[in-house]
Design a binder for this molecule. Structure first.
Ligand code: UD1
Length: 429
């Protein structure tokens, strides 16, 4: 199993191109099930999760081809062509769903287009129980009959799903995406109330619109969908990954360096950048993107609470925690989306961080002058990258184990950091 070795202390200086968004790509790939014409996605990141979704779709019968960018060209993502005219299997098997929870996103498209789906229940995961009840209740309200049988969700509808008013009791990115995809081919109007407003949900809605869907309220918490009889193929460019951009912004800040991020859409980074500015980081627009600079001084401790968009993203909480470990003063970090997403705390403490957890969802981080390198391991994607960030700033050597989590969400992480002067290496053990 590979490990990452880091010799900390070098300030990062350089340019990092940001890849296409993982959390936009996965639902957009699932959306290809909604039409028998070809959906062409560009700026697709090269990630294990994308491969997992590709494998899931292929076993449903989707014809999929990838035009790989050359390995020298770091500026454009891959191009994926997906054609669902020969789908023959509406079962999403446990063997694939257990690898990636986003597999649940095939449920809505399969039921609405083929009238049936059998999708393995995703089960719990390291960061929380993560139920899918809102996905299922919404589909039931649209007329699907849902049974749980042998660990599988079995959904059926005679004829088309029926549009209706669905009030989501809690903001859910996944449920909004699943129900949106179900609604575009349903009969009549669906209103999703308390819908998620994440940029990745908007990416999906925009692409569906270009495919012929009739959607209004995109980017608000009330989405209206007027069902159409069929959708057509299109080409769609995936926007850049705001979490990858935020992670490299923290890499600049934690090493007191300066990094220019290419292809970042600043408007969707507002909450992350506002937080960093409060910490004392300088951020300015450049012709090609955004420059993040922390060469001029201290990082201050600033409180943060995760919330649905436009609030502070849960996917940046672990990285911010790493930054706060060497900030001046204290910071209270509160996780409100998932009940078990502070697993990185114990590993940061092993590196010399001073952190106290309160009531399982909040952590008080008191900044120390320097972390010290240590062997560490993490249980999920963002916790793993938090440990890499901590290692970059720590004194001495950090060895990060179980780095397969990183391959799910960061394309060429080691290469991008090394190009900015980090002493970082991936070693096969
Ligand atoms: C969530 C994050 C998303 C992040 C992703 C991966 C939010 C709102 N969502 O999306 O930003 O990229 O994790 O880390 O920040 N829930 C239910 N029943 C359901 C669905 C969800 O109770 O049927 C609960 C979840 O347990 C969670 C909250 O709702 O507490 C938000 O979950 P949801 O947005 O659906 O999760 P993801 O789509 O995985």
């Amino acid at each position: 199993m590979d490990k990452i070795y880091i010799l900390g202390g070098a300030p990062l200086h350089g340019i990092i191109p940001i890849a296409g968004s993982k959390n936009s790509t996965l639902p957009l790939m699932a959306a290809s099930l909604l039409t028998d014409e070809t959906l062409t996605l560009s700026n697709v990141p090269r990630l294990v999760d994308v491969t997992t979704m590709a494998n899931l779709l292929i076993q449903h019968g989707v014809e999929l081809s990838t035009k790989r960018k050359s390995s020298e060209c770091i500026y454009d993502g891959d191009i994926l062509e997906l054609c669902s005219k020969s789908v023959h299997n509406t079962t999403a098997p446990y063997e694939i769903v257990r690898l990636m929870r986003a597999s649940i996103l095939v449920l809505g498209p399969l039921v609405t287009r083929f009238g049936q789906a059998r999708v393995s229940l995703p089960g719990g995961c390291a960061i929380g129980t993560r139920p899918v009840d809102l996905h299922l209740k919404g589909l039931e309200q649209m007329g699907a009959r849902i049974k749980l049988n042998g660990g599988y969700i079995e959904a059926r509808v005679r004829g088309r799903l029926k549009g209706t008013k669905i009030v989501l009791p809690q903001i859910s990115v996944g449920a909004t995406e699943n129900l949106l995809m179900a609604a575009v081919l349903a009969e009549g109007e669906t209103v999703l109330i308390n819908a998620a407003r994440e940029p990745e949900v908007c990416d999906l809605a925009h692409c569906l619109t270009v495919m012929g869907a009739n959607i209004s309220g995109i980017g608000t918490n009330i989405i209206n969908v007027y069902g159409v009889n069929n959708l057509c193929g299109t080409s769609y460019k995936i926007r850049s990954d705001r979490i990858e951009a935020g992670t490299y912004a923290i890499a600049a800040a934690i090493t007191r360096g300066e990094i220019e991020l290419l292809f970042t859409c600043s408007s969707i980074m507002r909450t992350i950048f506002t937080f960093l500015k409060k910490c004392g980081v300088q951020i300015f627009s450049t012709e090609r993107g955004v420059k993040i600079s922390a060469v001029n001084g201290d990082i201050m401790g600033v409180d943060v609470m995760t919330e649905p968009y436009p609030g502070f993203p849960t996917d940046m909480q672990a990285q911010v925690m790493a930054l706060m470990t060497t900030a001046r003063g204290a910071a209270m970090i509160t996780e409100t989306i998932f009940e078990n997403r502070l697993m990185h705390v114990q590993e940061l403490i092993r590196m010399g961080a001073q952190i106290n957890i309160h009531r399982t969802s909040s952590a008080i981080v008191r900044g120390v002058p320097k972390l010290s390198g240590a062997p560490v391991m993490a249980t999920d994607l963002r916790a793993s990258v938090c440990l890499v960030l901590a290692g970059l700033s720590a004194k001495g050597e950090t060895i990060v184990d179980r780095i397969y989590h990183l391959d799910r969400g960061y394309e060429r992480l080691v290469e991008k950091m090394a190009a900015c002067g980090a002493c970082i290496e991936r070693v096969r053990t």
